[in-house]
Design a protein around this ligand. Structure first.
Ligand code: FES
Length: 169
């Protein structure tokens, strides 16, 4: 007689059902776990630059430029319209400002008020910014307009993300 351990029919059934059950449970749980943590695993694409205007068209007067980007929020993809105020400063450098008021997020306009012809004006609460986007003391905004990172390539202006300039006066 051999000393081999014998597996009873009951043990065989237990092992088989446990193995098959575990395999099925893993098959069901894996997609759920992936679904739950997918946004965390995604690498941020940030830093994309978008062609928005020919540099020849940029003057000393702030001009509104618009472009669209593909935005992905978790599993939802959409096209988002972006806007910037673009001009050349006194040193002939290109400046691209965000039009989003740092008070409560309305959209600022350039030189739309007779009393403040060389300033950005926010119609929501009368916020004002000088041409370089710095908030005017005594008006609601407490920080300057964010500045878009930019580059010039083959005669075209490319804009990236708008960078906050922190708290102002
Ligand atoms: S949102 Fe611009 S001043 Fe309030």
């Amino acid at each position: 007689m051999s000393d081999k351990k014998r597996v009873s029919r009951r043990q065989f059934l237990n092992y088989t059902l446990t193995g098959v059950g575990g395999f099925m449970a893993a098959g069901m749980l894996a997609p759920m776990v992936r679904f739950a943590i997918d946004p965390v695993l995604q690498t941020k694409e940030g830093g994309d630059m978008h062609s928005v205007a020919s540099v020849d068209e940029i003057t000393n007067e702030p001009t509104r430029v618009e472009w669209t980007i593909d935005q992905v929020d978790a599993w939802y993809e959409s096209e988002v319209q972006k806007t910037a105020w673009v001009y050349r400063n006194e040193n002939d450098e290109i400046v691209a400002l965000s039009p989003i008021c740092t008070h409560l997020g309305c959209t600022v306009d350039w030189a739309s008020q007779e009393d403040y012809p060389n300033q950005f004006y926010c119609p929501c609460h009368g916020g004002r910014y000088t041409k370089d986007g710095v908030n005017v003391p005594g008006t609601p905004p407490t920080a300057p307009l964010p500045v878009f990172e930019h580059k010039v390539e083959e005669g075209m202006l490319y804009l990236g993300d708008a960078q906050s300039r922190g708290g102002g006066s």
